[in-house]
Write a protein that binds this ligand. Structure first.
Ligand code: UFG
Length: 341
């Protein structure tokens, strides 16, 4: 049985990936400091899979903690999710983002070198493309200067990994996610935003459940069919499965000494109003929303060219926008019933 270390495994995408890895028969070790995640999520993962991940609680910026994690087990691969991800907060506190997101990566790569671990999957983002001139966005699209410290940590992380791969026998895949949304079909795990959500779908579900009064739709005057921004929303379970495929690719040895970047999206773009319509349909209720001013920094439209992921990962998104909205809604209702904040 192969063992996978999942950093940030109690987080939103991390926990869904741990479920898919356990279901695929891997032994899973989670390293998480639970600063933006909750302990009960690990119990929920156990309920879903009837399997138990091993958990190390601590900070990956702490080298002693990282050494402890690596001394305790031999890992066949690492999936590195643990990072801060709030764009606005990163503008206010850039050093917090650079320190956390980069020190943790460097410590992990160091530990890989010291322990002979050669397989690494990195959690990157379509934010590296900025405002793309050509759509859909393929992996060949030149990267643009990052518009936030958060985005910059993703770009710098990709560069650090690139240089590391050049320096030794090491195989890395960076998955560039588009807009992950939705929750596990069991409704036992899902996204847990801290405070008022910045992202669309948790704001939609929190408005519908009565936690927020009204959703603001940021901008109705974009050059799109209905005037609202277009995104490539990807179901978090499809995204989690892409990580299992990436691990499998690394284990085949095809990626030996390679550094690969792969878009993970559906290839379809939906507007904010289309997303709201889908939510209203599956939840059978009207959403209280209002079109307001544009939000600074928003890209008008972005969606993925998925050719590479389809080809080299043998992966394709299977769940549609309605599945995303319904699962997010079921998770919101579960949280309310169980007083999960
Ligand atoms: N939106 C609203 N109202 C809200 C929240 C969002 O109208 O309350 C709109 C945004 O303006 C945008 C769309 O919904 O048009 C999606 O916004 P999100 O905040 O959900 O997602 P973003 O595309 O802005 O951000 C996502 C990730 C970031 C990543 C970025 C890269 O959350 O981590 O994609 O483009 F950096």
């Amino acid at each position: 049985m192969k063992t996978i270390l999942v950093t940030g495994g109690a987080g939103y995408i991390g926990s869904h990936t741990v479920v898919e890895l356990l279901n695929a028969g891997y032994k899973v070790v989670v390293a998480d400091n639970f600063c933006t995640s909750k302990h009960f999520i690990i119990n929920q993962v156990e309920i879903i899979t009837s399997k138990k991940p091993i958990v190390f609680e601590g900070d990956l910026c702490n080298q002693t903690f990282v050494q402890d994690v690596f001394n305790a087990n031999k890992y066949d691969a690492i999936i590195h999710f643990a990072a801060f991800k709030a764009v606005g907060e990163s503008v206010e506190q850039p050093l917090k983002y650079y320190k956390n997101n980069l020190f943790s990566l460097i410590n992990l790569l160091d530990a890989c070198a010291n322990n002979g671990i050669k397989n690494f999957v990195f959690s990157s983002s379509c934010t590296v493309y900025g405002t793309p001139e050509v759509l859909p966005v393929s992996e060949q699209t030149p990267l643009q200067v990052a518009t936030s410290p958060y985005g910059n940590t993703k770009q710098i992380s990709e560069e650090i990994i690139t240089d590391f791969v050049k320096s030794k026998e090491f195989n890395a895949i960076s998955l560039r996610y588009f807009n992950p949304v939705g929750a596990h079909k069991s409704a036992l795990i899902g996204e847990l935003p801290i405070g008022s959500p910045n992202n669309l779908v948790p704001f939609v579900t929190q408005t519908a459940i009565g936690k927020r009064q009204q959703l603001s739709v940021f901008g109705g005057d974009y050059n799109t069919p209905d005037g609202t921004c277009i995104r490539d929303y990807i179901h978090v379970v499809d995204l989690a499965k892409a990580h299992v495929k990436a691990i499998e690719r690394l284990f085949t040895g095809i990626s030996k000494n390679r550094n690969e970047f792969i878009n993970i999206g559906t290839g379809k773009g939906y507007s904010v109003l289309e997303a709201i319509k889908s939510f209203e349909k599956v939840s059978e209720q009207k959403l209280n929303y209002k079109v307001v001013e544009r939000r600074a920094g928003d890209v008008e439209r972005v969606f993925a060219d998925t050719t590479l992921s389809n080809k080299i990962l043998n992966w394709k998104a299977e769940l549609n926008l309605d599945d995303m909205m319904l699962s997010a809604w079921n998770w919101e209702k579960y949280c309310k019933t169980n007083n999960i904040e």
